[in-house]
Design a protein around this ligand. Structure first.
Ligand SMILES: Cc1cc2nc3c(=O)[nH]c(=O)nc-3n(C[C@H](O)[C@H](O)[C@H](O)COP(=O)(O)O)c2cc1C
Length: 315
């Protein structure tokens, strides 16, 4: 709630008063997109595109909106967000609370962007895993024309069984059906929109290898490494061992950076890697780039370090 109120105020300020200082940022061309710097905003911060004036003007290289689903939904019961300041972490169990893809589409239609905007899509909680592709494809059809890239979020721990989409049993068929839909849209609209897959950090190396092979077969252009972790032993306190939800922030840093190293070994060299998880300083960002990331995303770092963090990393 306080997140929404302060962001609404910030959005107003940035719309009318605080225009961006982004002139000297370097352009990074990847997947046919001109990113205005390596560092972007991770999904979940602005799920519905309500704070675009703010995120467009704070020195970021790109923004990822969402997760949105075909129909608006409330998400899980409250309390569902826990701030763990001692660990510089958040545990969230939101469950894709969002206003639906059409609301976001309308926001984007009328917004004049300065930096690339990706949209992160998911399924409604009532949709089965067997029909999951229908929800993703519905969202993709709606936003294909108003965004620069699309992320398939199969890694939220807060929608029951969603992470099953990482398994061979579901992933091959899922990616085949989603890619087929994208190919049809590309032909019809005469343009390509890159597809990225957002992955969970909670896998062993064998599983990651299997995952990367499937990603290669379907020629997915990029991966986001990673979403939050369900491993509460990352936290310094045992208080949240039985709290539902995923850990983000500093405790996730090493685990998500390790994922970059491992995936880099298995993925096709052209696959773009977006490093996300626990970035709290320039040195954390550099570690991810050294491990093989092409781009970066941040969420929890902004909550604890504020906008200074963006400036620090860009320098
Ligand atoms: C409150 C909260 C809500 C989030 N919502 C989403 C979401 O809707 N979709 C998504 O793909 N990731 C979501 N995430 C995960 C972030 O995008 C990111 O992957 C994760 O927090 C790790 O990055 P960080 O340590 O910089 O926060 C959310 C994270 C937080 C803390």
């Amino acid at each position: 709630m306080s997140h929404n109120v302060s962001l609404r105020a910030a959005d107003f300020l940035y719309k009318y008063l605080l225009k961006n200082n982004q002139k000297d940022q370097k352009i990074i061309k990847l997947m046919g997109i001109n990113f205005a710097g390596e560092l972007g905003l991770a999904a979940g911060f602005d799920k519905n595109g309500d704070y675009l004036n703010f995120s467009n003007n704070i020195g970021l290289g790109f923004i990822e909106l969402g997760t949105v689903t075909p129909r608006a939904q409330y998400g899980n019961k409250k309390p569902r967000v826990y701030r763990l300041s001692n660990d510089m972490a958040i545990v969230n169990h939101l469950g894709f609370n969002n206003k639906g893809v059409l609301y976001l589409k309308n926001k984007l239609k009328s917004f004049e962007r300065k930096i690339p905007i990706g949209v992160n899509v998911g399924k409604n909680s009532s949709t089965s895993l067997e029909s999951a592709h229908e929800d993703y494809n519905y969202c993709i059809r709606e936003i294909f024309d108003v965004c620069d890239y699309i992320t398939l979020n199969i890694s939220s721990p807060n929608t029951k069984d969603l992470r099953e989409l990482h398994t061979k049993k579901y992933l091959n068929d899922f990616l085949y059906k989603v890619k087929r839909c994208c190919d049809e849209l590309s032909k019809k609209n005469k343009k390509n929109i890159p597809i990225l897959l957002k992955i969970s950090p909670d896998h062993d190396e064998k599983k990651i290898e299997e995952l990367c092979r499937i990603i290669d077969i379907h020629e997915i252009q990029g991966v986001i490494l990673t979403n939050t972790s369900v491993d509460k032993s990352l936290l310094s306190t045992r208080k949240h061992d039985h709290t539902n939800g995923g850990v983000s922030g500093l405790p996730l840093l090493k685990k998500s950076t390790k994922m970059i190293e491992v995936c880099k070994k298995w993925l096709h060299t052209d696959t773009v890697i977006v490093g996300c998880g626990g970035i709290m300083s320039k040195s954390d960002a550099d570690d991810k780039l050294r491990a093989g990331a092409n781009l970066l995303q941040v969420y929890t770092g902004l909550v604890y370090k504020g906008l200074q963090l963006i400036k620090q990393i860009n320098n």
